[in-house]
Design a protein around this ligand. Structure first.
Ligand SMILES: [Zn+2]
Length: 146
């Protein structure tokens, strides 16, 4: 069994990546987000409970970080409202902060998946993640993501 463990970790990680990519591709901002995750051209932040379009008016006065409990510099130092302001003002820092958070999120997700596989509880981890991950396609301003 120990001989197959590294392969199980690789396969499990790939399956989780495939799930996230498939979900992002089927959401309204999908291709946009997956293609531009490292180019800093996105306004959607990925969280454990789904995506947040930080251009939406609902975040204008939101003092919470992108994802409470996230250890990335964007979440430690900046609020959703401030990041939204940066995005709306077309300040590149806003997009950089969202990208920083998203990359941190994906790395942390993969770390958790690896730990779940090594602990023999990947199915429970996957089920928990999938059930908590919701799509938020509604844009409260009536704008559709580019
Ligand atoms: Zn973060």
């Amino acid at each position: 069994m120990k001989r197959f463990l590294p392969w199980l970790i690789v396969i499990g990680t790939l399956l989780l990546i495939a799930f996230v990519v498939r979900h992002l591709r089927t959401s309204s901002a999908a291709t946009y987000q997956t293609a531009n995750v490292t180019r800093g051209q996105i306004t959607q932040a990925v969280t454990a409970t789904g995506t947040l379009n930080l251009k939406n008016a609902e975040f204008a006065r939101d003092k919470n970080p992108i994802e409470p409990g996230c250890a990335c510099p964007a979440c430690r130092e900046y609020s959703r409202g401030y990041i939204r302001h940066l995005v709306k003002a077309e300040e590149i820092l806003g997009l950089r902060l969202i990208t920083l958070h998203n990359l941190h999120f994906y790395l942390e997700l993969m770390r958790q998946a690896r730990n779940a596989i090594e602990g023999g509880c990947f199915n429970e981890f996957r089920s928990g993640f999938v059930s908590a991950y919701k799509t938020r396609n509604t844009d409260l301003l009536g704008e559709t993501p580019a």
